[in-house]
Design a protein around this ligand. Structure first.
Ligand code: AMP
Length: 557
């Protein structure tokens, strides 16, 4: 398929904000695409070159894009940077500078979509010395052969900034419509495979039903809705409930297959190497030929044996060296609360009652190493309240309340799980802008504009600067500045706009209505709690959660 055909669709999608219209545009477009090309076309429509579960990164900097544009347009890098600072978007810069280049149509051929995806993929394979020139050549090859509008979308795809509104819900609906499939089946397969390219192909071939869950590849996990109080959980989840401790660690999806154990975060990042202690504990203490278990890894203080908050152990997720020492310094207890697959059998349609019973049989518990999450099964409101209070007294962040008869369904669902916390739920926000400080902070970005999400868009909810450290320990202004600088898209005076990538956890005292921010809300007294490396961008707090907290906070204070 010619890349220009895809570009036409990008433009049509950009012209509308209506969900149904977008669904129709995509469905009409993909229904006649042949089996060979379909997968890649879906990825490109989503603005990616690899499936969602695949961890490979394109890794091409804005600096290199400028270099490539300079080579293809004959303009100096400085000139291009100037245009960038005015336009604020490198895709548009590409369009602008390539529109005006002296064209020699003789050397140009028409770009194929396959070639675009192939060249961009190659960028992730190259590593080490001398690869920059080769990377550049893959991109200049594309840019030389593209027209100005094509260049715009190529650049956006390389920078993973193509946002034409193809969030996964729209892709799901489009695939169902194009290939006449039940939306539920499309979604279910999407949750298992985390790959809409593959889902589209299976839908076209009418093979959605053949798909089975297999350990080794991360899947989407079940999440909880926020509850206001215990009575609300009984109203929503039934008469007999499971109350579980809600521990403040990080989620781990643990897969065993062919004698291997692999660990994935909620972000589907493979962190097996960082946690040999957990691998060992699972190997020795969980029976079974193959399985997928769902757990919370929680840090505890070696001396007091008390649990520690996530932020104290978060560095373990990234740490790739000196692992033996950090295991001793920051030990972890694995709390297992669910099992999704066991000995070649998918357990997603079994009830929590059955899944937990299986866990009780196969896990050999060792306190402060590997345990099943503590819980209470009850039909009494009073007993549930008591359990909640006891957990809070022990310093836990709250409880999870689960429907005993619920099946395992990825995502957030009414009738599945709820969470209850005594504090106002911290917000997971993405940094979209930052401001350089004054005086001795002048060299650092020291105030951060944060945003929540709404249907794939980012809406501002405030500025945070409290909670970041001036010096050494913890997360400093210096470190945050280093993280943000390569992401700068535009700078005006002291203010910069950055690519939404760095996710932070933010505490606050209250949520207020505010016309100053695009979300319509502002966090009052926001405080930086830490980085959330483990969360994917599409799981940052949603505007509906902000509204829910806003509505519930009066009862909490
Ligand atoms: P939140 O991140 O506030 O939306 O809360 C959901 C997270 O709580 C999950 O992703 C888990 O990491 C964590 N969690 C802690 N304890 C449990 C539990 N017993 N069951 C499920 N999730 C839990």
């Amino acid at each position: 398929m010619l890349y220009s055909e895809l570009v036409k669709i990008y433009q049509e999608l950009e012209r509308t904000t209506k969900r149904l219209k977008k669904t129709d545009i995509i469905a009409d477009f993909i229904k006649n695409i042949n089996e060979k090309e379909l997968k890649n076309v879906i990825y490109l429509l989503e603005g990616r070159v690899f499936p969602e579960w695949d961890e490979r990164k394109i890794g091409f900097s804005t600096r290199l894009i400028i270099k490539a544009l300079s080579q293809c347009s004959g303009r100096s890098a400085k000139e291009i940077e100037n245009i960038w600072s005015k336009k604020g978007d490198l895709g548009i810069v590409a369009e602008t500078v390539l529109e005006k280049r002296a064209q020699s149509t003789l050397t140009k051929r028409k770009l194929d979509a396959e070639e675009v995806i192939r060249n961009i993929r190659k960028l992730s394979e190259l590593e080490g010395k001398g690869t920059v020139a080769r990377k550049l050549s893959y991109i200049t090859e594309l840019l030389f052969n593209s027209n100005a509008v094509e260049a715009k979308y190529i650049v956006k795809t390389i920078l993973e900034e193509l946002r034409v509104g193809t969030a996964s819900g729209i892709m799901r609906d489009s695939i169902a419509k194009a290939f006449n499939q039940d939306v539920r089946n499309v979604e279910k397969t999407g949750d298992l495979l985390v790959d809409y390219g593959e889902v589209a192909l299976l839908s076209k071939e009418n093979k959605l039903k053949d798909i089975s869950l297999k350990p080794g590849r991360p899947l989407k996990l079940m999440l909880a809705l926020l509850a206001k109080d215990i009575p609300e959980t009984f109203e929503n989840l039934g008469k007999l409930l499971v109350c579980e401790e809600k521990l403040d660690g990080f989620r781990l999806e643990i897969h065993k297959y062919n004698g291997n154990i692999r660990l994935f975060t909620r972000n589907m990042e493979d962190v097996t190497k960082q946690f040999p202690d957990i691998v060992d504990a699972v190997k020795k203490n969980v029976d079974g030929k193959n399985f997928i278990i769902d757990c919370e890894a929680v840090g505890f203080n070696n001396k007091t044996r008390r649990y520690m908050p996530f932020q104290n152990i978060s560095q373990r997720i990234k740490r790739k060296y000196d692992i033996d020492n950090i295991i001793k310094e920051l030990p972890i207890e694995l709390n297992i609360f669910d099992i999704i697959f066991y000995n070649d059998t998918n357990l997603m349609d079994e009830t929590l009652r059955e899944r937990r019973a299986l866990l009780e049989k196969i896990v050999h518990q060792i306190p402060r190493k590997i345990v099943l999450t503590k819980r209470l099964v009850t039909d009494s409101l009073e007993k549930a309240e008591e359990f909640y209070k006891k957990c809070l007294n022990e310093g836990l962040e709250g409880i999870m309340i689960k429907n005993l008869e619920s099946i395992y369904r990825p995502g957030r669902y009414v009738n599945g799980w709820m969470k209850l916390k005594n504090i106002l739920e911290p917000v997971d926000a993405v940094i979209v802008g930052a401001i350089y400080g004054n005086g001795k902070r002048a060299k650092w970005l020291s105030s951060y504009v944060i945003a929540c999400q709404s249907e794939g868009k980012f809406l501002d909810i405030g500025k945070v600067s409290t909670g970041v450290k001036e010096k050494t320990e913890g997360l400093t202004y210096k470190k945050l500045t280093e993280l943000l600088k390569p992401l700068i898209i535009e700078q005006k005076g002291k203010e910069v706009i950055v690519k939404p990538k760095i996710i932070i956890e933010v505490g606050y005292e209250e949520i207020q209505k505010s016309p100053s921010y695009s979300s319509g809300f502002a966090l009052r007294f926001p405080k930086f709690l830490g980085l959330r490396y483990d969360k994917p961008l599409n799981e940052i707090s949603d505007i509906n959660l902000i509204k829910k907290i806003y509505n519930s906070q009066r009862g909490k204070k």
